[in-house]
Design a protein around this ligand. Structure first.
Ligand code: DC
Length: 228
């Protein structure tokens, strides 16, 4: 497989996009870009500065700071994947908490934030040989991607996965809280004005409610082969 392509993976939260994207990138020797981590990082920044709390969201303060936010993925040899840095601080752990998940969709609604991150994502994938996951990769970031996947699974299946993941990390969120977060994010992600989550006309839908990780990988590798 010599020709390098762009693989765009979109879909609802906790549908296993990043698991699949990492598997593909490792197997194909491609770069993997987790665009959700970038939206999470900007959200963490806004929370840390007090721009967004449960009570208020000072959107303009965040927009004014955007030119001073530098995001970077740096590969960690111990972890085996790239971790997220903001202005040279490792924020990988902080951006995965339920507290950030609860605010990220509101930050991701801002067109100024989207414009900045989409531009960086397009630069990262310019040379092809990239697997990128998010919500708007096949529709906005790389509308010409050779392979577009759209991942779905029932909200309950997704909440159960996310709940187990958070438990493993020692986050004490309840299953009900996680399910509520999944449903709220689905709603905001699908209904925002700028780049809502929609399946691109030429994307292949994968419902993995009943697929094992291995079954899914085999199915997708077949699609990669066809696309190449
Ligand atoms: O993939 P994730 O759950 O880590 O993404 C976190 C949030 O970021 C998600 O609820 C919506 C937003 N997001 C987005 O709007 N566009 C992307 N390309 C990726 C994520």
């Amino acid at each position: 497989m010599d020709k390098k392509i762009t693989i765009a993976i979109d879909g609802f939260s906790s549908t296993g996009k990043s698991t699949l994207a990492k598997q593909l990138a490792r197997h194909l020797g491609y770069a993997y870009v987790d665009t959700g981590a970038m939206y999470r990082a900007v959200t963490y920044y806004a929370m840390d500065k007090g721009y967004i709390t449960d009570e208020h969201f000072d959107k303009q303060a965040l927009i004014n700071d955007l030119p001073h936010i530098s995001l970077q993925f740096l590969f960690s040899p111990e972890k085996g994947f790239a971790e997220m840095y903001i202005n040279e601080h490792n924020v990988e752990k902080m951006i995965r908490t339920l507290a950030v998940s609860n605010k990220v969709s509101r930050v991701a609604e801002l067109s100024e934030v989207r414009a900045m991150l989409v531009k960086q994502q397009q630069q990262m994938g310019a040379g092809k040989g990239v697997v990128m996951d998010g919500r708007d990769i096949g529709t906005v970031v790389f509308p010409d991607a050779e392979l577009k996947l759209f991942m779905t699974a029932s909200p309950e299946t997704r909440a159960k996965r996310r709940y187990l993941e958070l438990q493993e990390k020692g986050d004490k969120a309840s299953y009900e809280e996680v399910l509520k977060n999944v449903q709220e994010r689905d709603y905001i992600d699908c209904n925002r004005q700028d780049s809502p989550l929609v399946k691109a006309a030429d994307a292949i839908e994968i419902d993995n409610s009943k697929l094992s990780i291995e079954e899914q990988f085999e199915k997708v590798m077949q699609l990669v082969q066809n696309a190449v």
